[in-house]
Write a protein that binds this ligand. Structure first.
Ligand code: GLC
Ligand code: GLC
Length: 645
């Protein structure tokens, strides 16, 4: 312990003693209240340290601290009994989500099933796929017309009226849980929409609410900040500030102009958002996706991404959740440099995180037919603390950004800038011979940076292959989809399907005619779920059937294979530039051929990674496997090898 730690520990102890008599009356009597107090004793030191570091410069710091804990106590008192029971169950088995039976799906409520009742009616479909985790993308009240796909939230306590009500959402959470499915929702906490009550009051001139946001009378500070800021949506919302005539002020808007960044330097904002967060926890949310987490703290002269204070805020939110709603865990959405991505994944912050590095590099390996960048990056960045896990995905509702580490690329003789240019050409179909059909997203003419939109199937080559009708090209496209999903299913962590991918949904260009969507190419990969096409999943002679049935089978294999639970993943050198290999928990060896040619992996390379059993079965094909000096993989073939029992 450093003298500083010592000081914090003592100060926290004394502060808690002063606070207890004021918190206790807010708590439920007996056991229930005692449980809160027990957790408070356990986590208060973290709450205190983080909030002190963030807010001790406020003369009324102790008042804010008390208000924050009071809010947590009140929301705990309001937490439904069934969720309090879940809290205890999860606390007794904190690593429950690391099981191989975990399986995620994500969709928009309206596009997938019309509304919340529609989602409820689709539970049998989720079960058919084996889902245990369902992320419903923003379903909160948001502005009509442009609203960044719901990521501009006007009220965290109201469901968008055309989708349903908050009571229906809580009912749906219960119903899903009764079917073994955890509800996942977004916490869009970096910003609110400009129609949120707080924004409206700020617009009406109330200073208290103007302090909820970052507002500037002139360009002095915005200019200073912008020297070091990255533009996120340069095409739709250039710069990071928006001038509002009705306020005569510049407002910080990292994303779109109608998404106002919240000012976490103001402890009232922390407190207000804590209450929105615990309110959502009390509706039955089990995983909270921390949207755009990297952006929530700003400092002049820095990129304003992943600053140390972001971690203090997340740790404080996490500790308060452990106290008031411990069944809920955080999932980080940080689509940034791999070191930064990893920095949020620890027991004090997020138990889960998207794995954008692996996602982007699987597409990179498909384009190059070489696995070296994927392999070396995973060696460096895949391992997490044992209490945490990746959410492994192939596509999301967002664009693909090439966020790999330039240092890792440079070590392999790859120039990061040039390589990104190549990948962008490749995935927009401008590279001769490319199989992909994608669209550019947010080209920045200054940095020449850009990202990629497109569905999994179109980027994997299905759209082009169907145009030619060439059976071999169709096979390759289907195999590419299965290949990258097989990695998401087996690498360790929670696999996540962007619903629609399992029926090989191609790009939908109709967004180009919708004025609220036309300037955002991400809509090309967000079509309404096509239930008529989904019917064909039952027919193995259709493309939908081939993809669906193969993925559904791999999901079942995953669920019945304990070696695929989260745990140890060892990426190894297969000796082939086209083949990725990894060993899971010492017991299962996966090989993935990223090329449309046969590849061989030598027995020697396998033996260096894994004690080769006498009898081997490939769980993907269900066949026994035997080989001599080398194992041959067909084009795009995947094998999951295990000792035959
Ligand atoms: C997240 C969402 C993205 C949205 C952004 C701003 O990255 O995934 O869709 O545009 O945050 O909320
Ligand atoms: C940026 C952000 C990420 C967001 C994406 C949307 O990459 O880092 O949070 O999802 O933009 O395009």
């Amino acid at each position: 312990m450093t003298p500083q730690d010592d000081w914090f520990a003592r100060e926290a102890y004394l502060t808690l003693r002063r606070l207890l008599p004021r918190l206790s009356p807010l708590l439920p009597p007996g056991e229930e209240g005692a449980r809160f107090l027990g957790r408070l004793e356990q986590h208060f030191a973290t709450v205190f340290r983080c909030l002190y570091l963030l807010y001790n410069n406020h003369y009324d710091f102790f008042y804010h601290l008390e208000m924050i804990l009071t809010a947590a106590a009140r929301l705990y008192a309001a937490r439904p009994a069934a969720l309090k029971a879940l809290d205890q169950q999860r606390e007794a088995n904190p690593l429950w989500f690391q099981s191989q039976s975990m399986m995620g799906g994500v969709c928009y409520v309206d596009l997938f099933a019309g509304n919340l009742q529609g989602i409820r009616a689709k539970i049998p479909y989720f079960q058919e796929l084996g889902l245990t985790y369902l992320h419903l993308m923003p379903l909160f009240k948001s502005p009509a017309g442009e609203n960044d796909g719901g990521y501009a939230v006007s009220s965290y306590r109201d469901v968008e009226p055309k989708l349903g009500t908050m009571a229906e959402l809580a009912g749906l959470a219960d119903e899903l849980r009764a079917h073994g499915i955890s509800l996942v929702l977004d916490f869009v906490f970096n910003h609110t929409s400009d129609e949120h009550e707080w924004a409206k009051r700020a617009l009406a001139g109330e200073e208290e609410y103007q302090n909820y946001y970052y507002m500037f009378d002139d360009r002095t500070l915005p200019d200073q900040y912008e020297r070091t800021l990255r533009e996120i949506f340069p095409e739709q919302s250039p710069g990071s500030f928006t001038y509002r005539d009705d306020l005569q002020k510049w407002v910080w808007t990292t994303f779109r102009s109608f998404q106002w960044d919240l000012n976490y330097r103001n402890p009232q904002v922390f407190n207000a958002m804590l209450q929105e967060m615990l309110f959502l926890a009390n509706q039955g949310v089990e995983f909270l996706r921390l949207d755009a987490v990297a952006f929530i703290w700003k400092e002049v002269g820095t990129p304003c991404e992943s600053l140390p204070q972001v971690h203090d805020i997340i740790q404080a939110f996490n500790a308060l959740t452990r106290i008031a709603a411990p069944a809920m865990l955080f999932k980080s959405e940080a689509i940034v440099h791999p070191d930064q991505v990893n920095s949020y994944v620890n027991p004090q912050e997020c138990a889960l995180s998207y794995n954008p590095t692996m996602m982007a590099l699987m597409w990179e390996a498909l384009a190059t037919r070489e696995v070296k960048l994927l392999y070396h990056s995973m060696r460096q960045h895949f391992a997490l603390l044992p209490e945490c896990a990746w959410v492994n995905y192939v596509r999301s509702h967002d664009d693909i950004g090439w966020t790999f580490a330039d240092e890792v690329a440079a070590g392999l003789g790859i120039n990061g800038f040039d390589h990104r240019q190549f990948l962008n050409q490749f995935y927009t179909g401008r590279f001769k011979g490319s199989f992909a059909t994608g669209q550019p997203f947010n080209y920045n003419p200054v940095t020449r940076d850009m990202r990629i939109s497109g569905t999994c199937a179109s980027l994997a080559g299905l759209e082009q292959a169907l145009e030619t009708g060439d059976a071999l090209l169709i096979d390759h496209a289907v195999s590419r989809i299965v290949l990258i999903y097989s990695i998401a299913l087996s690498a360790g962590g929670v696999p996540l399907i962007y619903l629609g991918d399992e029926i090989a949904t191609c790009n939908d260009y109709s967004y180009e005619h919708n004025p609220a969507q036309a300037n955002d190419s991400r809509w090309v990969h967000r079509p309404p779920f096509d239930w008529a096409r989904a019917e064909r999943r039952r027919d193995a002679s259709t493309i939908e059937g081939r993809v669906f049935q193969t993925l559904a089978r791999l999901i079942q294999v995953r669920k019945s294979t304990p070696a695929l639970a989260n745990g140890r993943t060892t990426f190894f050198d297969t000796g082939s530039e086209q083949v990725l290999g990894y060993v899971r928990n010492g017991a299962l060896l996966a090989l993935c051929n990223f090329s449309e040619r046969e590849q061989r992996v030598s027995r020697e390379a396998l033996r260096a990674a894994w004690p080769i059993p006498a009898q081997i079965v490939d769980l993907v094909s269900g066949q026994k496997v035997s080989f001599g000096f080398a194992l041959t993989l067909q084009p795009y073939q995947v094998v999951w090898l295990k000792a035959a029992s």
